[in-house]
Write a protein that binds this ligand. Structure first.
Ligand SMILES: [Zn+2]
Length: 63
């Protein structure tokens, strides 16, 4: 029994899940199409022209 191999397998699984989570999580403030930073933009992405989705957090702030 190789303890090192077992340790490697057990440590690799959470790492794969973490990478998957980081790659699939919603990119808040970034363009869905190209990843451009949209925090200073409204309406459409200046980089690729993709429409910017409304941020739910801002819905109740406007007066
Ligand atoms: Zn874009």
């Amino acid at each position: 029994m190789h303890a090192g191999l077992a340790l490697l397998l057990f440590s690799a699984l959470p790492a794969c899940r973490l990478v998957h989570f980081l790659r699939t999580r919603p990119r808040c403030g970034l363009c869905d199409a190209c990843g451009y930073d949209l925090r200073a933009s409204k309406g459409a992405c200046p980089e690729c022209g993709d429409a910017i989705a409304e941020q739910p957090a801002d819905a109740g702030v406007r007066s």
